[in-house]
Design a protein around this ligand. Sequence first.
Ligand code: UDP
Ligand code: MG
Length: 343
Amino acid sequence: MPRGVSANERGYNRGRGLSIVVPLHNEAASLARLHEQLADVAKALAAKHSLACEVVYVDDGSKDNTLAIARQLTAQALDVQVISLSRNFGKEAALLAGLDHARLGAVLFMDGDGQHPTALIDSLVGHWLDGGYDVVYTAKAHRANESVTRRILVKGFYVLVNWGARTKIPEDAGDFRLLSPRAADALRGLPERNRFFKGLSSWIGFRQIRIDYQPDQRAEGRTSWNFRSLVGLSIDGLTAFSVAPLRIATLLGIAIAFVAFIYGAQIVYETLVYGEKVPGYPSLFVGVMVLGGVQLIMLGVLGEYIAKILYEIKGRPVYFVAEHAIKLASEADRSGDTRTAAE
Ligand code: UDP
Ligand code: MG
């Protein structure tokens, strides 16, 4: 196994149940409240669909006491797994760690900062169990509260990444999503290391449905994304999912060559017919600058793809687990007795 032992090989039961995967990076302030809410959701799901639930907290190298708080959480209405990664690997890696350790079949991903309303879980589960959907993803209903620049950049990203693609990544889809057992297995089976969850979970196919909602404000703390890391994620997503930048290079090359050809023909014509002298250096200079610039940009684009190839062939694990603990809720009423198994 390239990514270590899969949950399947650990002999876990992937029966009818729901694993809720929550990546945590410095979420000490909101964790306890989230856990209470999830326990309520689990009770409701057990009553309504007789669905067993677990939550998989993945501590992604937090600097605050997120891990200490996570260790204390009790497994009352749902099983609790706490996985601590050996350092901060980033959200996509944390999601994969959670997916690998999820034991109960269907997998729900949600953020630990309170922006993904737990109240929506019931409807996501309904679409899976009653509607028969495999991928229930949520999308921002609108981006009215975001700056114009950000909206233009986001739009541009989706145009590029979906350009000529057979499976389009839905615009504005977030990481708050539910995967049926077979969709989760499909996602687990993908070999690549460069994980772009939004893209991959639409790429796998099956029956998908979009739910619009308005994310809440962050309950506590600050987002860990800044402009630079968002640009990084976009470049990763683009190069993982699309060859559009390479095609643009080709098209741009053709366009520039075409313009140059027309311009050259015009000069020859004017020289022959009117005997005009060829205009001097400024035009030459501009031409050289434009070509040089375009070539440098396209070399950079090529470099991005080559870096991706290097990253994939190195074959390093996406994350390392430093610590893993499971607390099981008792079967009787899924409350009380907590057994602890440390790895
Ligand atoms: N997160 C993580 N590792 C990171 C950064 C973030 O696991 O390196 C988690 C974070 O704790 C939260 C989720 O990913 O649960 C989303 O992060 P954030 O709220 O910063 O992103 P935003 O909501 O602004 O997209
Ligand atoms: Mg957030």
